[in-house]
Design a protein around this ligand. Sequence first.
Ligand SMILES: [Mn+2]
Length: 287
Amino acid sequence: MPDYVAKEQDFIAARPGYHEARAVIFGAPLDATVCFRPGTRGGPAAVRAMSYCLEEFSLDLERDLRSLAFHDLGNVLLPPGDIQAGLSRIEAVAERICRDGKVPFVLGGEHLVTWPVIRAVAARYPGLAVVHLDAHADLRAEYLGLALSHATVMHHVGEFLGRANLFHFGIRSADGAELVAARESGAFHPHRVLPGLVETVPALRNRPVYVSLDIDVVDPAFAPGVGTPEPAGVTPQEILDVVRLLNDLRVVGWDVVEVNPACDPAGITALLAAKIVREALLGLVQK
Ligand SMILES: [Mn+2]
């Protein structure tokens, strides 16, 4: 590990509030391999800004955020123009949080940020299962000549953990090769999320679970602020029901990625993401 990253890890651990935290939020504002609409670098800031209009109390869970010790580290500083260096820094931050026995909660940024976070989480939790909620399969081996891309992230996760440990929900866009790969995964439930997840929950129980939620799994009618919108998709109510179902599992890491404030009228996508984050954080209270 480079010396400056080790120093940054120590800096993180020394921050007031970090030591007590059960969950640690950080922004990973990577916006490097986007192929359509750039802007996800502003995602973490937009989600934080819109969170101010939400109550700390969840009416559905009847729990208050103030009953959870969590900490927001701010954003990881990413060196411009060097994707691998940026991913290494993200992995180092996630690694430190996991090593300290806390749950990393990542705000993207493009979906590629999930890859280094899962590497860090899997190192700490053998037998990790990944729940992937997304409009896109993200299972290409390469995209536009790039092995590391937001379109290849789940390919890398599948190679690393074994495809049987990868569970896809809500996918409504893939090419033929991705469809073959998706069908070799632990589960592949296209279009909808909730019915397939209900079916899959027994296989996920008693396992450490990482949840990667690309906000474009939601219908762009409700979540237009994304880099690569795909028509149709789930409703905000369904995705919140999904989060509450996931709350019953042993979730050891979370990300909410691809929020793009550059094309998000009235901040509605960031607002939905903020509510998802709140409900997911509150799911950690009971554990
Ligand atoms: Mn996507």
